[in-house]
Design a protein around this ligand. Sequence first.
Ligand code: NDP
Length: 452
Amino acid sequence: MSIVIDKVIAKAKQKDHDQPEFIQAVIEVMETLKPTVDKHPEYVKAGIYERIIEPDRMIIFRVPWLDDNGKVQINRGFRVQFNNAIGPYKGGLRFHPSVNLGIIKFLGFEQIFKNSLTTLPMGGAKGGSDFDPKGKSDNDVMKFCQAFMRELYRHIGADVDVPAGDIGVGGREIGFLYGYYKKIRNEHTGVLTGKGLEYGGSLIRPEATGYGATYFAAEMLATRSLDLKGKVCVVSGSGNVAQYTVEKVNQMGGKVITLGDSDGAILDESGIDSSKLAFIMDLKNLRRGRIKEYSDKYNVPFYSQKSVWDVVKEQGIKLDCAFPSATQNEVSKEHAEALVKNGCFCVSEGANMPSTPEAINIYLDHNVLYGPGKAANAGGVATSGLEMSQNSLRYRWGREEVDARLREIMKNIHKSCLDAAEYYGKKGNYVMGANIAGFTKVANAMLAYGIV
Ligand code: NDP
């Protein structure tokens, strides 16, 4: 019956041949759904496999704004509302010059399954713009965010579509976006998540993706009676996800020795402890500087124009666990081979689709504990879901309560992946488990609605 899936993939390739990241995500998910075809003829009859790869709607819009020099700037804005079968659309906004429709579609597609895995009622969506906040003044960023929201506001709502942050969209940007939404709609609702604590944000939301990816790694390690104590860990990126991965790995007794940004990577074999992490947070979140400054301050090597993965490969760095936390396709086949060769036995993805399909095959062939992004980084959106619940309740849970719920959700996601993988005959395969567990819930909801 895999012919059904092959046909879906062939059609996607033909229709969206100019969207390589989206096709990559479709192939990765669809290939692992093949065992569901025989067990669920009703999905085939209702065209679920064809329908789930087609977004409900895609909105593309012009974002005109005046920069500090009085010059007119034009960016392109996107919101892809992919699937709301199990709840309002939910997914982040990415501001990065590489953003295009294919990237937003791949992220929105992944988000459907990730959100389903969290057990919370959230559909899948993603949005963003080719705007680059890097090097811009606060005033330019505010002007852009206001112009972006001037169009986006008509497509979102607390029960319709609830965006959040992603690459290039952190607390500052969410503040500007929410402030403008509130102004033009004259309502104070949970329409965005990742808000500041003073105006409806949830405790632990900034920490959630990095903490969650670390909790997921801990769950995977526990299946081999291991934990993070004393483990040498490699983390890429130095943004939101990377920072809180370092914090949680430290708290769980591990040692992180790398970080990076788009200019290069640093290697600190003595470990990035809490005071060095405080320096990174100030550098990246307030001063908005470059990672090279870390190497100057702590007198450690900086590898210009190299990724963390290049450094592991070229310097033969020994490690136990890897946390890719920067961007898609950052870990190639050669990188994965070097990881395995250098001792890595656990990969927990904080970023979305950071490993190429060839890299994933290397992990699976070498029995690496591999947590794919849609499971391992689901703690971020799960805590966004908890922020939505608190907004609806007009109530705020304490830090310990949210963290405990996050930990429990990550445990449950881990278990659902393992259960689904075992049920479909691929014990221990988290890729297949995550895709199938996420998919079946959405597919059953779509079936209930009939052909819509
Ligand atoms: P940030 O913008 O806070 O940080 C991104 C980091 O990755 C920066 O250090 C950035 O360097 C680096 N980076 C981005 N693009 C590239 C590139 N093309 N090459 C090299 N380095 C790059 O983003 P987040 O930490 O929020 O997101 C990181 C990843 O995690 C993304 O894949 C995102 O989709 C995923 N994710 C995020 C969630 C969240 O809650 N924030 C939730 C789930 C997944 P530089 O500053 O130089 O660009």
